[in-house]
Ligand binder design. Structure first.
Ligand SMILES: [Zn+2]
Length: 135
């Protein structure tokens, strides 16, 4: 892999299972076994307060909740990528994940568009979940 000079996610004890799964090209959510609410990091269920939680495999599908296209690089590492998009994807399980939409022209991205996860291996430790339109 070429040297990667963009910011990387901060991996902590509470989100380590999420990033370990991404490395295996699996998307997981931390799900409440009582009410089904899902999160992207280890926490108590803020919906029902239930203590029974587990990391489970997610569908990998969601919809574009919102997005923007950057036409200016606010960090030098992104200079070669402009214009690039940053999107909030609302997973079918509920959580919002900040990512990029890939595999289509930027003019084809729309709010509500169904998307599915793909994985981009970045470094030895980090694989980023990205999303492409569902065909
Ligand atoms: Zn719950």
């Amino acid at each position: 892999m070429a040297e990667y000079d963009k910011q990387l996610p901060l991996i902590t004890a509470s989100n380590r299972p999420f990033w370990a799964a991404a490395k295996r090209h699996e998307l997981v959510v931390y799900k409440c076994l009582n009410c089904g609410s899902a999160y992207l990091q280890d926490s108590d269920c803020t919906t029902c307060g239930g203590p029974r939680m587990a990391w489970v495999r997610a569908s990998g599908r969601g919809r574009v909740f919102t997005f923007c296209v950057f036409h200016q690089a606010f960090h030098p590492a992104w200079k070669g990528d402009i214009p690039y998009n940053v999107a909030y994807v609302k997973l079918d399980e509920g959580p919002l994940l900040v990512s990029n939409i890939v595999g289509c022209e930027r003019g084809d991205i729309s709010i509500g568009m169904p998307v599915e996860v793909v994985f981009e291996d970045i470094t030895a430790e980090v694989t980023l979940p990205k999303f492409r339109p569902v065909k």
